[in-house]
Design a protein around this ligand. Structure first.
Ligand SMILES: Cc1cc2nc3c(=O)[nH]c(=O)nc-3n(C[C@H](O)[C@H](O)[C@H](O)COP(=O)(O)OP(=O)(O)OC[C@H]3O[C@@H](n4cnc5c(N)ncnc54)[C@H](O)[C@@H]3O)c2cc1C
Length: 305
């Protein structure tokens, strides 16, 4: 299998890369969550492989986080190894192919490619995620999704083996990717096929406007994890939540965004448990009023029982 990952002979010592009892709230956009018993933020392929080896030897459950912008992490300790990808951010450009590691942020990827005169990613501007997290959930906005320009994904299974998935026609759909249905994989690198020498002020405006729109709509007024629920078929989750009479409900510092009822925000000292309770109330109210089951878009990590 042809992949872009490389190997190095030098042995990495576990205590150089694994930290213990690390608070996770700062690594999420909603600023809630407990501690990780073990934590690693690898910058190199070899460090990632060593982290997987550490988890395998110690029989630890593995959790992967990117920019933490679509995550609700339990307040209870995460009894396993949390791997954060943010230092895996190398990239390269060959012709009209942009390749990057999964921890690179979407906004950086857009800036890098635009500065090189490439177009195609600008519609994702303002989504505060990493490449890996965006591929995992097929993030998108304003009619664009990350899978539109995707050429390949290199991923690593928890046994340390590398694999390549070439982008197939129907593998991605609304907030869904093949990786959501595969167990024990880390997206390591992705390639995108972009338009070369097509840079335009229009494309730059698309990106800037996306960010401005989120500010104008008040979506950045307080920390959040983006949309809590997926839109049901032919419906809009926020509108259902509003019409179910849930909009003014609060649970401690967990509030519903006044301009977008599908955003739950942390007004200051909310916990993940507060956010989760409020989301459950919205879910129950929508079910009671419209007989519609809202499905979480946000990814729940850890124990919420
Ligand atoms: C203010 C705001 C606005 C937002 N607007 C949008 C929007 O317009 N459109 C949209 O689609 N989303 C939006 N989001 C949600 C979020 O930014 C996206 O879903 C983003 O793509 C998540 O990426 P992440 O790196 O933050 O993933 P994380 O939140 O860190 O993780 C999300 C999931 O992806 C998995 N994951 C992350 N990286 C990897 C990897 N390398 N390999 C395997 N699995 C991985 C995690 O295990 C987890 O299950 C918004 C969020 C906020 C806070």
């Amino acid at each position: 299998m042809n992949t872009n990952v490389s190997h190095q002979d030098e042995k990495i010592k576990f205590d150089q890369i694994i930290q213990k009892d690390v608070p996770l709230a700062p690594f999420t956009t909603i600023k809630t969550g407990g501690i990780a018993k073990y934590f690693c933020s690898p910058g190199l392929f070899e460090e990632l492989i060593a982290a997987l080896e550490f988890a395998n030897i110690n029989k630890l459950k593995i959790y992967v986080i990117g920019a933490g912008s679509n995550l609700l992490i339990s307040d209870k300790p995460i009894e396993g190894l949390v791997i954060r990808t943010s230092k895996l951010c190398r990239y390269s450009i060959r012709g009209n192919i942009f390749s990057c590691r999964s921890g690179l942020s979407l906004d950086r990827a857009i800036n890098i490619t635009q500065n090189d005169g490439m177009l195609g990613l600008e519609g994702l501007g303002g989504i505060p995620g990493s490449i890996g997290g965006a591929i995992y959930g097929n993030a998108g906005a304003y009619g664009y999704t990350i899978s539109d320009r995707l050429l390949y994904v290199d991923y690593i299974t928890y046994d340390g083996k590398s694999h390549r998935m070439d982008r197939g026609g129907e593998d991605f759909s609304y907030r869904d990717s093949p990786f959501k249905h595969m167990e024990k994989v880390i997206i390591f690198e992705a390639g995108f096929i972009l338009d070369k020498n097509k840079y335009s002020t229009f494309a730059k405006q698309v990106k800037d406007n996306n960010t401005k729109n989120r500010i104008t709509k008040g979506l950045l007024a307080y920390p959040s994890a983006g949309s809590i629920f997926k839109n049901p078929k032919n419906n809009i989750a926020g509108k259902l939540i509003e019409a179910s009479g849930s909009k003014d409900i609060t649970v401690n510092d967990a509030i519903i965004c006044p301009s977008h009822a599908n955003y739950i925000m942390n007004k200051g000292h909310a916990t993940s448990s507060d956010i989760y309770k409020l989301s459950q109330i919205c879910k129950e109210n929508v079910k009671a009023k419209f007989d519609i089951d809202l499905e979480y878009e946000v990814q729940l990590l850890g124990d919420f029982s």
